[in-house]
Design a protein around this ligand. Sequence first.
Ligand SMILES: [Fe+2]
Ligand SMILES: [Fe+2]
Length: 293
Amino acid sequence: MDLQSRTCADAARDIEVMPVRRDLHFALPAERIGDWHDEGRHVSHFFNALSLFFPDGERFFIHSVRHYRNEISDPTLSRAVTAFIGQEAMHGREHTECNEMLDRAGLPGAPLQQFVFRLTERLKHLPKAMQLSATIALEHLTAIMANSLLQDARVVGRAEPHFARLWRWHALEETEHKAVAYDVWCAVMPKTLGSYLMRVTGLLLASLIFWPLVFTFMWRITRADAQCRAERGGWRRTLRFLFLTPGPLRRAMGEWFDYFKPGFHPWQHDNRRYLAGIEPLLRDLQGGSGLAA
Ligand SMILES: [Fe+2]
Ligand SMILES: [Fe+2]
């Protein structure tokens, strides 16, 4: 059957990936928070800016999916939701550690994270369907960024190894659970034009709000970092890294548009092959400087 013409329920039945909650620690070296990426301080701070969104952003995802937990009759999806909540909670914990290192380095981690907290608290006042629409949109953004990270070793593969493992772990688990919130949406929302419009409007709004905020956060951090202020060409290098070589954001663009197909499902983009990287990552953590609990 042609993938494009199938409903999301059809596609979901074909591919079942059950996420697993993993309680991991990464022993990040705090002194490297400003220059852990091999492309330099500005690129490090691009990722650090993203990291500031995760703890409260992912708590919001958990909050919005929980509204519908009692409406899910499929036991497999129910188990996937439990694992999704467990994974996002672990991501939040580990990124909080990373974010606190920014403050210890004299950079504005706490105030920026407070901004994200206030924003997500406001989102919690929206109708619950709109909250879920925002969640599946942001999960789509994280899934396509995760795919970009996993498909090219240059995105984080040459970075300081502890930070590289943290980002690879997060990308792998985002891939593992990329369809869970979406399957909840498919299970609880009517198959109407109104639902479709709410879903795609969610992605448009999420993208229009999220990306300007990420670059504003990065600007705030780089302005506060004396070594960044003294450096020339940092922003140019970051834009070249993001959009040209290796170009993770450019590569994600096609998948961003796929979300507008009426029969879209996250597993239509089948990148399960990357999940084979989970076991080696765990062995690497156990054998080395990180810790798999
Ligand atoms: Fe996450
Ligand atoms: Fe996620």
